[in-house]
Unconditional design. Structure first.
Length: 265
């Protein structure tokens, strides 16, 4: 499961943009968790627009290897909003027991494409750099994203099982990336307000729902603030818009029942 990578990203200016909005203190720690490549920056940036910068635990992107060094992120006496990729474990289960915990997932079919684009991009640096720039064909790279690379990158099933599925049935709120996108596209509808109010107030624990919620959501969801948004990833190989049928069948073979348990049919 362990993979060491370096991601080259520029710091955003959302804290500066968000200071003009009134933000009541959050009363309970909140952790935004996600399966990698499932919209981490999107949900983080939206929620940040409702939480004071002073209550954002931005020292580290939290992961299992460093979790015990950052227990302060979950201290109920000093509530913070934090984020990361944290797979289910005994340590995480204990530390997150009394935390507002959101886990973001994505359709595994689209995840394969997103992970392929990322691994082939200039922003990704790791032990699979040798597959870039046409050294491996795009179909081969997609298969690597599904089945993993021995001793170098975990498989789709391992990532989704430990980062997503294993959190189901606990105190975590499991959300689908596609639901956020659907409501962003329908931002002017009553249904979108219901959705985002549930995300911000019920799931993330923000105590007041502001009248300017829509402006905050639109600023936070602006893709210019996400260094890993698709249009910001630079790579030399064309990746399909839709996962090919063969790779869809490989996903279903490799992780049978995964899409169903996540709510994708």
């Amino acid at each position: 499961m362990v993979q060491t990578v370096r991601i080259s990203l520029d710091r955003d200016n959302l804290d500066e943009e968000g200071r003009r909005f009134a933000k009541p203190p959050i009363a309970k720690p909140t952790f935004l968790n996600s399966v990698p490549k499932c919209g981490t920056h999107l949900i983080r940036n939206i929620v940040r627009m409702f939480v004071q910068p002073e209550q954002q635990y931005d020292q580290q992107f939290l992961q299992h290897a460093i979790l015990l060094s950052h227990r302060a992120a979950f201290d109920p006496k000093q509530p913070k909003l934090s984020w990361g990729h944290l797979f289910f474990s005994d340590i995480a289960a204990v530390l997150l027991r009394d935390v507002n915990h959101i886990v973001l997932v994505r359709d595994p079919y689209d995840w394969v494409l997103a992970r392929t684009r990322f691994f082939l991009s200039e922003q990704f640096n790791g032990n699979l750099n040798h597959i870039k720039n046409g050294a491996a064909g795009v179909n081969e790279v997609m298969n690597l994203m599904i089945f993993g690379a021995l001793d170098k990158a975990p498989s789709l099933a391992d990532i989704f099982n430990f980062n997503g599925v294993a959190w189901m049935g606990t105190g975590a709120h499991v959300m689908r990336y596609e639901e956020i996108i659907k409501n962003l596209k329908a931002i002017d509808t009553p249904a979108a307000e219901v959705f985002f109010r549930d995300l911000i107030c019920t799931k993330a624990g923000v105590t007041e729902w502001p009248q300017d919620w829509k402006e905050r959501v639109l600023i936070g969801s602006d893709r210019k603030h996400s260094g890993t948004a698709r249009e910001h990833l630079r790579h030399d190989i064309e990746v399909p818009e839709v996962l090919p049928e063969v790779q869809k069948r490989l996903v279903d073979y490799h992780a049978p029942g995964l899409r169903q348990i996540l709510g994708y049919f």
